[in-house]
Write a protein that binds this ligand. Sequence first.
Ligand SMILES: Nc1ncnc2c1ncn2[C@@H]1O[C@H](COP(=O)(O)OP(=O)(O)O)[C@@H](O)[C@H]1O
Ligand SMILES: [Mg+2]
Length: 360
Amino acid sequence: MLNPGDIIGILGGGQLGRMMALAAAKLGLKTHIYCPDPNSPAFDVTPYKTMADYEDEEALQAFAQAVSVVTYEFENIPAPAVDFLKARLPVLPNDNVLKVSQDRLSEKAFFNSIGIKTAGFAPVDSQDDLQKAVETLGLPALLKTRRFGYDGKGQKFLKTPQDLINAFEEIGNQPAILEAFVPFEREISVIAARNQQGQVVSYDIAENVHKDQILKTTTIPANIDEAIAAKARQIGESVATELDYIGVLAIELFLLPDGFDNRLVANEMAPRVHNSGHWTEAACLISQFEQHIRAVAGWPLGNTERHSDCVMTNLIGDDIKERPQLLENKQGAYHSYGKAETRDGRKMGHFTQLSPRSRP
Ligand SMILES: Nc1ncnc2c1ncn2[C@@H]1O[C@H](COP(=O)(O)OP(=O)(O)O)[C@@H](O)[C@H]1O
Ligand SMILES: [Mg+2]
């Protein structure tokens, strides 16, 4: 259990690390951000920082000595860095969680092993494997790299047999997975949290719309039945419990149209705070960031209830130029990540528009 003033180490210095650091500060805890990138947005808001590679054992050693516990804002931390740190102090969530979620194949196998449905899938390690996998799973399908994918990167949508030609090469000749296309009605996500005492909570289910495979909006409440919402929350909470998880996690789900037997299909899991949970900052008493900090600090979890309905819109690239109008909006909260350089497709900030809570 951390005490006020104790230091939480955070691996990764993007906007998620930045928002975790802000939440920690609000709770009277301090953060130490570790990130190789000198322009990390999180460096602006943390009292302690290390700018070093994840392979730099000297820097990792000093970091381990300076903090009480380590957490992270991204799942692709090199395994040796995690091994090095966990031999010295707690790394939360645990490293098994990272092993499961760093690889789309182990992630899907894990979901299936605890009775959660996924798209049909097959490992693909060559163009030959791909042909065979398509024979079994059919088209359309998605070819995805097993590791390091985000915002649709490392993926190829296969619609016709012609699309298969060179597809394995096009995603970089690396270990991959073929996924059957899921004809979803909508995309939703659940944000759950579990603490060291085993207390588990989840937030209201969010409905997500992607544009160019990047999250564009999250709407709460999702336009789904109560029973589906309850089932989705249960999926989040059971995954947290199964993994002996400490912190906040997100699971992206596909909702199949009415008429399908099992309408919820897990897409992927993020062992961290998640973009589809940014709305909690403006529409809940306790945000996902604060919840994560509470969990890794060994503190009790907070209330996840929403006080308002809302739509969170990502400000991507030039969207951030809408700042003057957004600041005039009296029902919304503008949040900028303070990134110096605006680039196409880069998440620059978000805006959460509130409205009175409509239903339970
Ligand atoms: N098997 C699938 N069937 C249908 N749509 C998919 C499938 N996999 C991914 N997508 C679409 O692509 C988006 C990004 O894919 P995802 O696996 O979540 O990768 P990322 O790591 O880039 O978020 C999803 O949110 C969904 O809209
Ligand atoms: Mg995704």
